[in-house]
Design a protein around this ligand. Structure first.
Ligand SMILES: *[C@@H]1O[C@H](CO)[C@@H](O)[C@H](O)[C@H]1NC(C)=O
Ligand SMILES: *[C@@H]1O[C@H](CO)[C@@H](O)[C@H](O)[C@H]1NC(C)=O
Length: 440
């Protein structure tokens, strides 16, 4: 069964209709993580300006040596999203935030949140002596809703690293389903250029303060999508801040610089080649720019390329209704896809390409695209991001999310701006063995 894509596609048209001044409409993020990427609202720069004057970070302990830390990740709802524990305030309040290389703002729901469900864990500003807030009520606009609150500052720590005056949004209202149950917000890990609050993201502040051994962030993601039992939240990988963790990969890390001409904002890479069932798929020039995005569940690609990908899988068909943009294929088929970014062709596990069964019997009406446990058609992990993607400066044509990233060790390197991939160490994220390595 696939409960998550239901949410996803219900949000898709809305996401595409949302005005996008910066960044991209985000059917990918939205789909399974139930949230979308921030877009800038008109008055935000002004509001943020006032605060930027005050903004500053200081390492908590100036004598602290540059270092790195391996931080456990939690896998939310069957690989739908991945979170880490972030401490905010004095004394620290621990919150689970989505780790998102596809956005650059930090926000958390607070006890003032009027629209948050009881499943959202909130931060209590009144219990933090270091919390400072402005009178500015503002919002971060998402395609699937928005997070509203006050532009604030507080001490933020993760994995032993601290930024003492991190500007963030203390959220008092969320519309739409922006985050999975049990979470509190988002930790953006992109570059400052796409920060809606126009402030240095947490990792950038650490890097500028020379707290990190090297200007890199590395990820290993566990896989649960192939497990029989439903996963609400489980140990799901390792986030290494300030370095790499050599016990999690083998061989060299293949770094590829961001495509020439791209200004770091998202973590860009050019999709150089794709194969499906051994067949090469043509990537037209101008359709290769991708954002490597830990906060996106699936892989999104341009319409024509997605059609060609599924064409190469016998018996596949485009879905309609609320699943429009997605494809189904015979469940007995192992879909075998590789993607390369200018070097190695990385294989995606067929388990990651299979999101579970769906009925394709009725193409219109209320039963359109219904989940059906007895169906022999399964939903695929690559879908059409729609025609509004891939046009305009810096707008990626592809969003390469966790469906791909579970299959590699990924290193985001700020200087020179590049992304590196390496083979996972033996035994990690291997089908059937996926829970054998659980970092404590
Ligand atoms: C997780 O995936 C498995 C295998 O596809 C499925 O049986 C299970 O229902 C899924 N759980 C959720 C929460 O979607
Ligand atoms: C690498 O990650 C593992 C698993 O979390 C952890 O036990 C180990 O300490 C980490 N190594 C380093 C050098 O941080």
């Amino acid at each position: 069964m696939i409960s998550l894509p239901l949410v996803a596609l219900a949000l898709l048209p809305y996401a595409l209709a949302a005005p996008q001044s910066e960044g991209y409409a985000d059917p990918l993020h939205v789909p399974l993580t139930r949230r979308n990427r921030a877009t800038r609202v008109a008055n935000l720069p002004k509001i943020a300006d006032a605060l930027r004057v005050k903004y500053g970070y200081k390492p908590k302990n100036l004598a602290k040596r540059a270092s790195s830390a391996s931080i456990p990740i939690t896998d939310e709802e069957n690989d739908s999203s991945y979170s880490g524990v972030v401490s905010i305030g004095t004394p620290p309040q621990n919150l689970n935030l989505v780790l998102d290389t596809g956005s650059s703002d930090l926000w958390m729901a607070t006890t003032q949140c009027t629209t948050c469900t009881p499943d959202i864990i909130t931060f209590d500003p009144s219990k933090s002596s270091s919390f400072k807030t402005s009178a500015s009520n503002t919002q971060i606009q998402y395609g699937s809703g928005n997070a509203q609150g006050t532009v604030s500052q507080d001490t933020v720590s993760m994995g032993g690293f601290t930024v003492s005056a991190q500007t963030l949004l203390a959220v008092n209202s969320i519309t739409g389903n922006l985050i999975d149950d049990g979470l509190s917000g988002i930790m953006g890990l992109g570059f400052q250029t796409i920060s809606a609050l126009e402030v240095a993201p947490f990792w950038v502040a650490l890097n500028s303060a020379n707290q990190l051994s090297s200007p890199v962030m590395s990820f290993y993601f566990e896989r649960y999508v192939d497990q029989v039992n439903e996963i609400d939240a489980a140990p799901g990988g390792v986030f290494t801040l300030g370095g790499t963790n050599t016990s999690l990969y083998t061989g060299n890390i293949e770094f590829i610089n961001m495509p020439s001409g791209s200004t770091p904002s998202y973590w860009y890479q050019a999709v150089d080649a794709v194969t499906v069932q051994g067949t090469s798929i043509t990537i037209p020039s101008g359709s290769s720019l991708s954002a490597i995005d830990t906060g996106t569940t699936l892989i999104g690609a341009p319409t024509a390329i997605v059609a060609n990908i599924w064409n190469a899988v016998p018996g596949s068909q485009a879905l309609t209704g609320q699943y429009e943009g997605m494809y189904a294929f015979p469940c007995t088929t192992d879909v075998s896809i590789t993607i390369s970014f200018g070097g190695t062709a990385w294989s995606i596990s067929s388990d990651d390409m299979n999101l579970g069964t769906i009925s394709t019997g009725s193409s219109t009406g209320p039963m359109s695209g219904a989940v059906d446990a007895t169906s022999d058609m399964c939903v695929g992990g690559i879908f059409d991001v729609g025609s509004s993607m891939g046009s305009g400066q810096g707008v990626p044509s592809w969003i390469v999310g966790d469906t791909f990233l579970k299959n590699v060790y990924t290193v985001f390197r700020a200087d020179p701006p590049s992304v590196g991939f390496a083979k996972l160490a033996p035994g990690l994220s291997t089908t059937g063995l996926c829970n054998s390595f659980l970092p404590s």
